[in-house]
Design a binder for this molecule. Structure first.
Ligand code: SF4
Length: 345
């Protein structure tokens, strides 16, 4: 069926593309702040991009990309051909190579701030995509958002990222921190670069993330490590976690927290084939353990929590000091804050 023509200004436009086929496409939402009522979290959130080139196999945020594409198609902003392209054959790959850029984010943010937002409030940047993914190098939307938020006082701001690009913005972060609480969560699940590459298609190498963490801390920014998801049977060994916590300590991390994988339906399609390829003996065990719930089994969660707390003490970090406590999260918002449940392995 032929779709009605829509004005060129609201139709997604391709801003840039890469040789490997990634396209950066405009997205012009009227509103960019997600309220606690919308998400069920205890804090506000904002994501300057939809989709993420880092392509972590365990990333649960693919659902958000799919939602944006389906909504744009339903609203007549995408033709059937564009819908097929931006949705991708399996759904998950478009999340990694069709990146939506909220180009006019500042206008929408101003309007949201005027209409809804009152400090003091908690706001987390990067709950559904990485705010410092490669697109940020060119489009600088996250930096613009931070500069705007720097005019506030009394906010509690959290940023989650795997990218060393965040160190570029030390000046803005320090300004923001001078009038607000700020916590940077550098995300890293392993110090083993080869293992990271098996699990995260295009993420920055672990050493680069640790260097960025050190740069932030050395500059006086409150930053620590988020180890999530911990993958049962792959990254949950004492020696493995101990190496990560020790690396965090060497980088000057102010805190470390960790949580186990949650295997949402949107994650299964991407993660289980990777598991089958690299850790085939674990596949049936994951399928059993996560058969009924997205969360890891309860006994496993408790055991991992004890292990993490022990390592936090050993390396001089606060116990249970992290996003869950800080923002009083009722439900974890991202792969970064996963809770542990149950006996898996
Ligand atoms: S886990 Fe984070 S960095 Fe990895 S693909 Fe998802 S949003 Fe990007």
């Amino acid at each position: 069926m032929e779709q009605q023509a829509t004005p060129q200004s609201v139709r997604p436009q391709v801003l840039d593309s890469r040789l490997r086929g990634t396209k950066f496409v405009t997205l012009q939402p009227r509103s960019v702040l997600n309220s606690p009522a919308q998400t069920g979290m205890d804090y506000w959130s904002i994501n300057p991009y939809v989709g993420c080139e880092f392509g972590c196999s365990y990333c649960y945020a693919r659902y958000a990309h799919r939602y944006v594409v389906e909504r744009a198609h339903d609203a007549g902003k995408l033709t059937d051909a564009e819908f097929a392209e931006y949705r991708g054959t399996h759904g998950w790959e478009a999340f990694e190579n069709r990146i939506f850029v909220k180009e006019q984010i500042l206008g929408a943010l101003e309007s949201d701030l005027r209409r809804f937002f009152k400090a003091p409030a908690a706001l987390v940047i990067g709950t559904a995509t990485d705010p410092y993914q490669p697109a940020e190098r060119r489009f600088r939307l996250t930096r613009a958002v931070l500069e705007r938020l720097g005019k506030y006082e009394g906010l509690s701001v959290g940023i989650i990222t795997k990218s060393p690009l965040i160190a570029r913005d030390r000046d803005v972060l320090l300004r923001l921190q001078s009038r607000n609480d700020l916590q940077i969560h550098v995300s890293l699940i392993t110090t083993d670069a080869k293992l990271a590459r098996k699990l995260e298609a295009r993420s920055p190498i672990p050493a680069a993330r640790l260097r960025a963490l050190k740069q932030l801390v050395d500059a006086g920014v409150n930053a620590g490590l988020i180890v999530a998801p911990v993958l049962p049977g792959i990254t949950d060994g004492v020696a493995h976690l101990d190496a990560l916590f020790a690396a965090a300590r060497r980088a000057g991390a102010q805190f470390v927290h960790a949580g186990a994988l949650r295997l949402y339906p949107a994650v299964r399609d991407r993660f289980l084939p990777i598991l089958a390829e690299h850790f085939p003996t674990l596949l049936p065990r994951y399928e059993r353990a996560y058969a009924r719930h997205a969360g890891a089994p309860r006994d496993y969660a408790r055991a991992l929590s004890r292990r993490v707390n022990k390592l936090q003490r050993k390396h001089g970090f606060g116990v249970n000091d992290g996003m869950v406590d800080r923002y009083r999260v009722k439900r974890p918002p991202a792969q970064g804050e996963l809770e542990l449940r149950g006996s898996l392995l």
